[in-house]
Design a protein around this ligand. Sequence first.
Ligand SMILES: NC(=O)c1ccc[n+]([C@@H]2O[C@H](COP(=O)([O-])OP(=O)(O)OC[C@H]3O[C@@H](n4cnc5c(N)ncnc54)[C@H](OP(=O)(O)O)[C@@H]3O)[C@@H](O)[C@H]2O)c1
Length: 258
Amino acid sequence: MSTALITGASGGIGKAFAQELAARKTNLVLVARSQEKLNQLADELQEKYKIQVEVIAKDLTETNAAIAVLDATKSKGLNIDFLINNAGFGDYGDFAERDGERQVKMVQLNILALVDLTHKFLPLMRQRRSGNIINVSSIAGFQPIPYLSVYAASKAFVLSFSEALWAENRQYGVRILAVCPGPTETDFFTEANFPQSFTGKTSRISTPEEVVRDALIALEKGDATVVSGSLLSKIITNLPRLMPRETLVNFLEKQFKG
Ligand SMILES: NC(=O)c1ccc[n+]([C@@H]2O[C@H](COP(=O)([O-])OP(=O)(O)OC[C@H]3O[C@@H](n4cnc5c(N)ncnc54)[C@H](OP(=O)(O)O)[C@@H]3O)[C@@H](O)[C@H]2O)c1
């Protein structure tokens, strides 16, 4: 039986990954800060699917968080064959006026923790010549977004990094996928302090289960990237190819200005 480690498993897309993989009889390691939520989910999935579920309560913005997670899996005697780097958050607003520490924490979680965890688990997968890594990017990663500047840049990093790793690792039997969801029904928008007026404008919101389904189908096919969501989300990811970058960023500045 294989074992998947999922970051940000206490809610939203991460929790949906946990539920789907549990239903497919995959053992799980659930990582996030909210120990109680993780324990509750672990109990529920163990009971329902008769799988092994471990919980690691960890703030992934802490220095050395990734090595602590690796050590915790080793001490439990677990081999991780499937890593899902999903934990992340956004922050809506004018960069110069937003809390600076929060911007740095966003980079620590969305980028540094993802790179560090990948670097801890990927070599072990290559030694075994099998493994899967899903990195959760976003449609925000395809272009700069004013008032979501750090978030969009962090997701551009995840997309670029994942696609490069996809090409490097195919020959070693390790599949890497960047999943780029459009707007999805989770706590993301509340956590990111999006104005109510803005979230109301969003046309079609996916469920976390739809994102997970699209990601697992794309992984199975061996794709490097999948955009999950409405037709509009798919069109948005192609805009940088269709118009000059300044025109696009000016247009987005108007769209995102609260
Ligand atoms: N929802 C969308 O519209 C959307 C669209 C595109 C991409 N995404 C991406 O999808 C991923 C999942 O987000 P979501 O939509 O499911 O949002 P969510 O419901 O807010 O879930 C975020 C998860 O990340 C965990 N997390 C936050 N800070 C953490 C930290 N410092 N250390 C460890 N875990 C932490 C949270 O758990 P704790 O609070 O318990 O730590 C939670 O489990 C993110 O990378 C997000 O950028 C979301």
